[in-house]
Design a protein around this ligand. Sequence first.
Ligand code: SF4
Length: 120
Amino acid sequence: MKKDITCISCPLGCQLVVEKKNDDYIVTGNSCKNGIKYGIEEMTNPRRVLPTTIVIRGGLHPRLPVATSDAIPKGKIFDAMAIINQVVVDAPIQLGDVVVKDLLGTGIDVVATKSMPKVS
Ligand code: SF4
């Protein structure tokens, strides 16, 4: 099995070819070793950072930008959104504040990606 994958680990965006041979994965097209890790992970357990917004009360805007603090398995994105969509926070919020701890038992938090002052 062979798959073409664009490495998104850095802005260079190398075009990888990942080939499964027996129990091994062979990655070509990478300009650095991070591409090998990315290519194999994309074949075995693809993960993504999940950026979204949540409801904030009393803030300058009605929604607060948030994201997972690290990439989560792609297969958990719908379950993650079901949890995140229920979260409501109160302003003020600082950049990096945790709004969901240990999302789905992954050990990864959901954090604010923007500060939001309280509007009185
Ligand atoms: S293989 Fe290395 S250099 Fe190429 S996009 Fe991935 S991280 Fe960047």
